[in-house]
Design a binder for this molecule. Sequence first.
Ligand SMILES: O=C(CO)COP(=O)(O)O
Length: 250
Amino acid sequence: MRTPLMAGNWKMNKTVDEAVAMVNELKGLVADAKDVDVAICAPAVDLYAMNEVVADTNIDLGAQNMYYKESGAYTAELSPAMVKSVGCKYVIIGHSERREIFGETDELLNLKLKAAFANGIVPILCIGETLTERESGALYDKVKFQLAAALSGIEASDVKDMVLAYEPIWAIGTGKTATPEQAEEMIKFIRETVADMYDTDTAEAIRIQYGGSVKPNNVKEIMAQPNIDGALVGGASLEAESFSKIVNFK
Ligand SMILES: O=C(CO)COP(=O)(O)O
C-alpha cells in the first residue's frame, strides 16, 4: 500500500535561523508518527543547516525547484547535484507559482523531471486548474494535458516512484479548500489517467497528494479519501505545531 507523504512547502519564508528553530521544534512533535512520510521543502539557503538538524529523524528534506543542467552559466539556478549535496530527497517541480509568476513551461518541467530521475531525486510534480478552468468545465483537460506534457518520454519505472500533487490554483493560500469529494474526484481521475498512459501497477503505486489550504482542522477528512496519499502544505507548514498536527492526522 502507498505510504502517505505530508510535505511542507515553505515557499519564500524563513531565514536560516528561523528554519533551524522550526525543525528543531518539529522533530520531537513528529517523532512518533507512524505510516506516514514527512518532508519539508525549504528555501535553498536553509537546507544545509537544516540537514544537520534532521539527521537521525524521520524528517526528509526537499528543494522547491531546481534546474535540469549539471552545471554552468545559469546564474541563480541550482543543479541536481547541489540539491542532493544538502540532503534533499525530494524536489518540487512545476508549482503553480513557478508556472505563473516565473513562466515555467511544461516542456521545461519535463526536462527537470528527467534530471531529477537521472540523479535519484524524487520529484513532486504539481498540477491543477485555475478557477476559470474549473468553472468552464476544462479542469480535466487541463490536468490531463499537464500530465502528458510533463511525463513525455518518462518510463513507468520512474513514474511509479514519483509524487504528484494536485493543487487547484484557486485553493492555494486562499483559505478555500477543495471539498474532500472534489479533491478525491480529481485525484481519482489523475490516477486513471496515469493508468491509461502507463499501466495499472504504475497508477496504483504513484503517490498523489492534495494541496491547497490544508489545515489541522480539515486534514482528516481529506485523508479519509481513498485516492489521496498525503498533502502538500503551504501556510500551515510554517509553524511546528500546526504542521505536526497535519502529520499526526490519524
Ligand atoms: O501551494 C501550496 C503548497 O504547495 C498550498 O499552499 P497553502 O497551504 O498555503 O494553501
